[in-house]
Design a protein around this ligand. Structure first.
Ligand code: G16
Length: 543
């Protein structure tokens, strides 16, 4: 067994996006494609001797092959120890948890998250740093720079490592420790939440369905919700991770988890419904007859955080991505704590959490989390809700209604236009940006524009600046329209239009969401010329 140096040439387009490098599986399968990117990671890390890294993925098609390649490259780069989830499985929040708990130098996460899997689906890879969170832009840019100049990669030619048995083996002197993917994570959850109260809740006959969407969180949910917390077998549905997610789109929203939403709207609805995504970092919370918007979920968790033992001392601050609704801002104000507005992507929360400035973070894209790890965490959010329901005895619907009554309701929706011609999408954004300086002060469809800009974020901790993070048009009553191009798509461009309208009056809290937002939709259409420029008459997905 020797270390081979293999000549290679750069591939175009290996710049990481919102969350790592995501491409079609077929692109990753080109000889040298994955190897080049991994080599660029190791070139960025430098001397790896004595270092521990964590490695795991969401089990999608190509996961096992990629794990073997990365292990053999890590050994060739002198990594001392690799902690790998059994079967190559680790949810994204579990990678973060394991990095932090074992003091690892960093980790490699294999996932295209909520994007479909299978031979014709998507694959992805990202690097997480020693705080357990996604690498910041200066690291991802350094990785990208290496992908453009490298001429060889190093890899061991040793036989494949057995990933299916817990234990330690050696690969070219590197220790490969296959670990239980759930154990460390479950232990952490037990320290944050009132498991006794949740056990008692299930004993009282409380019913729940957790849709694992045939993706990675199934084993975690089974072990914790059915195993540790005593929910009846069958509470977790679609709990077996499949390489193609059973052909489903593992993105927990009312469109992709339509079956769960229909169940929750029907006569046999359980008390509580929840779903997670491909790699276990997203969540959807559903009550009887109501899917809670992720922005509301963040605000409700924040307002009630002290009911969970891990947060009993109170929360330090909240951060939300710019397009996420401002519901959490109102809670922060009431609690007398700061609320930060960051660009889209979990990597922007890391510094704020490391500096102890925020405890809770959230994104409208079904992502919620806290400083217990440095990734958003789907099952954590579900357990938080279970904790709230268990200690108060209130159903989800009541939590939401009471929250709106106290803070007002932020009607919210995201309209996605997928696989749009990239040139047309860029031209639309450029034309929109050119209009911005003249928009403030104008009246559009009965709304007065208070602010119109292309969002720029200055990190309050290290002063780094992220510009061009989405166009926002903010009205004088707090209503907002935001336009962004996705940084995770793998086909053409995806235009995201985010719509938000604030309503203080409880008498107007029960409108149909799209109807409540129709005025803003018309303004968004007019100001962006989206239809004319893209030829699209309606969104591909509305969430
Ligand atoms: C989308 C969402 C973001 C999220 C990102 C990564 O990005 O809009 O809020 O941070 O996915 O999420 P995940 O790790 O679950 O894939 P974009 O750029 O496509 O809008």
């Amino acid at each position: 067994m020797t270390i081979q140096t293999v000549a290679t040439t750069p591939f175009a387009g290996q710049r990481p996006g919102t969350s790592g490098l995501r491409k079609k599986v077929t692109e990753f399968q080109q000889p040298g494609y994955l190897e080049n990117f991994v080599e660029a990671i190791f070139l960025t890390l430098g001397d790896c001797s004595g270092r521990t890294l964590v490695l795991g993925g969401d089990g999608r098609y190509f996961n096992r092959d990629a794990i073997q390649t990365i292990l053999h490259m890590a050994a060739a780069h002198g990594v001392a120890r690799m902690l790998v989830g059994r079967g190559g499985i680790l949810s994204t929040p579990a990678v973060s948890c394991v990095i932090r708990k074992h003091g690892a130098f960093g980790g490699i996460v294999l996932s295209a998250s909520h994007n479909p899997g299978g031979p014709d689906g998507d694959f992805g890879i990202k690097y997480n740093i020693e705080n357990g969170g996604p690498a910041p832009e200066k690291v991802t840019e350094a990785i990208f720079a290496h992908t453009q100049t490298l001429s060889a990669y190093r890899i061991s030619d040793a036989p494949p490592v057995n990933l299916d048995e817990i234990g330690t083996t050696s690969l070219e002197g590197m220790q490969v420790e296959v670990i239980d993917p759930v154990a460390d994570y479950a232990e952490l959850m037990g320290r944050l939440f009132d498991f006794d109260a949740i056990r008692a809740l299930f004993k009282r006959g409380f019913t729940m369905k957790f849709d694992g969407m045939s993706a990675v969180s199934g084993p975690y949910a089974r072990a914790i919700i059915e195993g540790v917390l005593g929910a009846p077998a069958g509470t977790v549905i679609n709990g077996e991770p499949l390489e193609d997610f059973g052909g489903h789109h593992p993105d927990p929203n009312p469109v992709n988890a339509a079956e769960l939403v229909a169940l929750m709207n029907g006569p046999d609805a359980p008390d509580f419904g929840a779903a997670s995504d491909g790699d276990g970092d997203r969540n959807m919370i559903v009550g009887r007859g109501i899917a809670v918007t992720p922005s509301d979920s963040l605000a409700i968790i924040a307002a009630n955080a002290t009911l969970a033992p891990g947060y009993a001392a109170g929360i330090k601050g909240i951060a939300r991505s710019m397009p996420t609704s401002t519901a959490a801002d109102r809670v922060a104000e009431a609690l007398g704590i700061s609320c930060f507005e960051t660009p889209t992507g979990w990597k922007y929360f890391g510094n704020l959490m490391d500096a102890g400035m925020v405890t809770l973070c959230g994104e409208e894209s079904y992502g919620t989390g806290s400083s217990h790890v440095r990734e958003k965490d789907g099952l954590w959010a579900v357990l938080f809700w279970l904790n709230l329901l268990a200690v108060t005895g209130k159903p989800v619907e009541q939590f939401v209604a009471e929250h709106w009554a106290r803070f007002g309701r932020n009607y919210y929706s995201r309209h996605d236009y997928e696989a749009v011609d990239a040139t047309a999408a860029d031209a639309m954004m450029a034309a929109l940006c050119a209009k911005l300086p003249k928009l403030a002060g104008q009246t559009l469809g009965g709304y007065r524009v208070a602010l119109a800009d292309d969002f720029v974020y200055t990190d309050p901790v290290d002063g780094s600046v992220a510009s061009k993070q989405g166009v926002r048009i903010v009205m004088s009553d707090g209503s907002r329209i935001v336009f962004r191009l996705s940084g995770t798509g793998t086909e053409g461009a995806t235009i995201r239009v985010y719509l938000e309208r604030y309503e203080a009056d409880p008498a107007r809290h029960h409108l149909e969401t799209q109807q409540a937002l129709s005025g803003l939709v018309a303004i968004a259409d007019g100001v962006s010329e989206l239809r004319q420029r893209t030829g699209r008459q309606r969104p591909s997905v509305i969430t």
